[in-house]
Design a protein around this ligand. Sequence first.
Ligand SMILES: [Zn+2]
Length: 172
Amino acid sequence: MNLNLWTSFIEIVNLHDCKDETYFKNIVAWLNRNTYYFSDDLLKRHRLDALLATDPAEYEVRSCGYSTLANWKGIEESGIKRMKLDTFLMLVSDDLWEMFPTKRQQCAHCDVDEMRYVVIRTEDQDREELALECIQCGDLEYWDGRELQANIQTIRPATKSDRLDLRLRFKR
Ligand SMILES: [Zn+2]
């Protein structure tokens, strides 16, 4: 990974130690400023494309306990150079996605009881629908409990407007 890119990233992470809305917005803005370094494929693979396509102010974010990124400040330069962009973006994505609202609900496929609000578009439907995604195994179901079997075309985090449309209250 390019050292200058890393340094500019750490400057952003250092601006706000606690993870809050500003931390989220700063990282999204940083990604937008540096898309030159990231191929569309990379952004898509780590589900950052969906995130960058939306105004960060539209998202409701919560703080999350542990930031892998913030704890990287001390990594040696040699380690940074060896780190693949792919790995870096995976961790950025994990950090950001972890900040979206979740609902306490048992996943049907694993032992986790926390599901994230997402909006999906399926191949057989030309509209978006609110769904819940297991934070561990990624299993999806419609927000009202209907089983989801269709092929998913896109998944993005749910925004404030998605919630208001459905009069849902996100747990933060
Ligand atoms: Zn699960």
